[in-house]
Design a protein around this ligand. Structure first.
Ligand code: UD1
Length: 430
């Protein structure tokens, strides 16, 4: 089992280039199979979740040609199977995007029902409500979602909760339905807009993505396209908070500053200086963070995927902070790990009350999920002494070259897989 071993104490400084957005890429890869022409997708992050999605697409008969580390060509004309097996869903929930993509294109699809996951129970009722509203029969049979329609028909649909996944999944199916679909109370995240732009580049007719209402005029066929994925705002935010936590000076490049606004506002709140340019943001943290209040919300609110990273900063802040997690019920598990490093935190329901401490001390901790894992590494970079992070497979799902990027900023972090390597690292840094 691989681990990260970290020697804390260095302030991170320098420039780091941000890759393509994982969550946009997962949906765009699924949508790519909806054309029978070849679609070329660029700026794909080279992370495990993306590779699993490419395997799922290959397994149903689409052709996948890797041009280089960040570019892929997909051709969906050879699809022979509309059944996505549990193996893929178990590894990445987002393979459920193939449900909307296959239903839109072939009017039938079967995808294993995703279970809960580390951050919460994660129902998918809104996805199914949307498919049914388009005229599909949707049943759960033997652990699978089975969706089928004679024809999909445009509809007027109001989502009960704002869901990124349901917005994208139903948008894909509606892109190839007959007539006009109006979806209200949709998610406005940048990756929802990116998927809509990608579908439009293949000939779909989708308007309003990025607002509360999306209008889709269905088309019969989608065609070839070449498309570049937007930068990952969560990867960018993670490095921006790494600067705040280590009293560093970090510039994230290849970003869209507009997508980072809620995080920038919080960084300023806790005392950082933030400088924006066209496609870069510099975060300078000269002193200990200040306490604040934060509540996770759908975009443009503060993202739940950035909750552990701000949690680490607030655990070191002067004064008492509160975090309210309003999206997923089980996203505070990392706080128990952080307590092992000396943090002083009390969780009450969906709120965490954090009394900032002066310093963390290195400890052995486990990554409970992807973003929390990255946050614990940042905590390790700020801690006194050595931190070992277990279960880093979670981090590798979503961060490309995480340790290399941190090292390029002056962080002392290595990936190890044996006691001998741990001892070697300890000797080297002592
Ligand atoms: C996506 C992101 C994830 C991020 C989350 C919220 C991907 C692959 N994952 O997840 O990283 O944390 O958005 O920004 O893009 N809900 C329902 N019924 C549904 C669907 C959702 O009740 O049918 C609830 C969820 O339990 C949750 C809330 O709606 O409380 C938001 O979830 P959603 O936006 O759907 O998250 P995901 O798309 O799963």
């Amino acid at each position: 089992m691989e681990q990260y071993i970290i020697k804390g104490g260095n302030s991170l400084a320098g420039e780091v280039e941000i890759g393509g957005a994982k969550n946009a890429a997962l949906a765009i890869l699924a949508a790519a199979i909806m054309a029978d022409d070849t679609v070329e997708i660029d700026k794909l992050p080279d992370v495990n979740d993306i590779n699993v999605m490419l395997e799922a697409i290959t397994a149903i008969g689409a052709s996948v040609q890797r041009i280089d580390r960040h570019t892929v060509r997909i051709n969906g004309s050879g699809i022979t199977n509309i059944n996505i097996e549990y193996d893929y869903i178990k590894k990445i929930r987002a393979s459920y995007y193939l449900l909307g993509a296959l239903l839109g294109k072939y009017k039938k699809s079967q995808v294993a029902l995703p279970g809960g996951c580390n951050i919460g129970s994660r129902p998918i009722d809104q996805h199914l409500k949307g498919f049914r509203a388009l005229g599909a029969d949707v049943d759960i049979e033997n652990g699978k979602i089975v969706a089928e329609a004679e024809a999909l028909r445009g509809t007027h649909l109001y989502f009960d909760v704002v869901s990124v996944g349901a917005t994208i999944n139903v948008m894909m199916a509606a892109a190839m339905a007959e007539g006009v679909t109006i979806m209200e109370n949709v998610a406005k995240e940048p990756h929802v807009v990116d998927v809509a732009n990608f579908l439009n580049s293949m000939g779909a007719n989708i308007r309003g993505a990025g607002t509360d209402v999306i209008k889709i005029r269905g088309v019969k066929k989608l065609h070839k396209s070449e498309y570049s994925i937007i930068p990952d705002q969560i990867e960018a935010g993670t490095f921006m908070f790494a600067a705040a936590v280590t009293k560093g000076d970090v510039t994230v490049t290849n970003v869209i500053p507009k997508h980072l606004e809620s995080m920038i506002a919080k960084l300023i709140d806790i005392g950082c200086e933030v400088y924006e340019s066209d496609d870069a943001v510099r975060v300078v943290a000269k002193r200990r963070p200040r306490c604040t209040q934060v509540k996770t919300l759908p975009y443009p609110g503060y993202p739940t995927d950035m909750q552990p990273q701000i949690g680490v900063a607030l655990a070191l802040a002067g004064g008492t902070s509160t975090i309210t997690e309003s999206i997923f019920e089980n996203r505070f598990k990392y706080l128990d790990e952080l307590a092992r490093m000396g943090a002083n935190i009390k969780v009450e329901g969906n709120s965490a009350i954090i009394r900032g401490v002066e310093r963390f001390s290195g400890a052995r901790v486990s990554a409970p999920d992807l973003r929390a894992g990255a946050a614990l590494c940042i905590a390790g970079l700020a801690a006194e002494g050595i931190t070992i992070v277990d279960d880093i497979v979670y981090i590798q799902r979503g961060y490309e070259c995480f340790e290399e990027k941190l090292r390029s900023l002056g962080g002392i972090i290595e990936r190890v897989s044996s006691e001998k390597e741990i001892q070697k690292f300890q000797l080297k840094v002592s």
